[in-house]
Design a protein around this ligand. Structure first.
Ligand code: 13P
Length: 243
């Protein structure tokens, strides 16, 4: 299992440090692989708190370009330089807020891999796409458009986050989660065998109270958690549910 907390655009440096410290202090022996994705400006401070702990840290996004004239963007080498070991790419909030296409996301996946970062690739359909019966086709298209055809094994994790379940309190049904994760697994086996065994995370309103049943669902390898990762007790509760 792999439990990841996406802190999104929240908090101050002091709050990020306190949250990271509470996770370091509270992480139980034998916890699953755990990662946090603080705002880029907080990576340096959080990295210091996490030093020597078992908690990985990553960035929430990266540029697809190596360096240069890209005002406001953050390169993968900058993330690595701040101690990040991974990066989230293709989050639906990036696709919506910044108009990122699958081709943009592909460039980011390649950039992350080239810097030796573990990449968490987010895919997921909107409510309209689900209601029109296109959920699986949309996710297949995102996978095909944003996963390179050559990469080192084990370096990409997939996060299935139905857009309508993010931050809404609505969770996909367990049978919908199982169906989508099963589809993703078989798509990987057929199309990207190098990462066929990678973790497939579920994301979208995961909480300590619903995590156990989600983790017991076929092909769920953990969670990408937003809101509930901002409180240490809630996030530690999700980690406990994975043990
Ligand atoms: P919530 O857990 O707040 O629904 O967010 C999920 C998410 O977008 C994680 O990347």
């Amino acid at each position: 299992m792999f439990i990841a907390g996406n802190w999104k655009m929240n908090g101050t440096v002091a709050e990020a440090e306190a949250l990271a410290q509470a996770l370091v202090d509270g992480l139980p022996e034998g916890a699953p692989a755990t990662a946090v994705f603080p705002p880029a400006l907080h990576l340096g401070a959080v990295g210091k708190v996490l030093e020597g702990s078992k908690i990985f840290m990553g960035g929430q996004d990266c540029s697809g370009a190596e360096k240069g004239a890209h005002t406001g963007d953050i390169s993968v080498s900058m993330l690595a330089d701040m101690g990040a070991r991974g990066v989230i790419v293709g989050h639906s909030e990036r696709r919506t807020d910044h108009g990122e296409s699958d081709a943009d996301v592909l460039a980011k996946v390649k950039a992350g891999l080239s810097a030796g970062l573990g990449v968490v690739l987010c895919v997921g359909e909107t409510l309209e796409e689900r209601d029109s019966g296109r959920a699986e086709a949309v996710v297949r298209e995102q996978l095909g458009g944003s996963l390179p055809t050559d990469f080192p094994a084990g370096s990409v994790v997939i996060a299935y986050e139905p857009v309508w379940a993010i931050g809404t309190g609505k969770v996909a049904t367990l049978s919908d989660i199982a169906a989508m994760h099963g589809m993703i697994r078989s798509w990987l086996q057929d199309n990207r065998p190098e990462i066929a065994k990678t973790f497939i995370l579920y994301g979208g309103s995961v909480k300590a109270s619903n995590a156990a049943e989600i983790f017991a669902t076929d092909e769920v390898g953990g969670a990408l958690v937003g809101g509930a990762s901002l409180k240490s007790d809630d996030f530690l509760g999700i980690i406990a549910a994975a043990m």
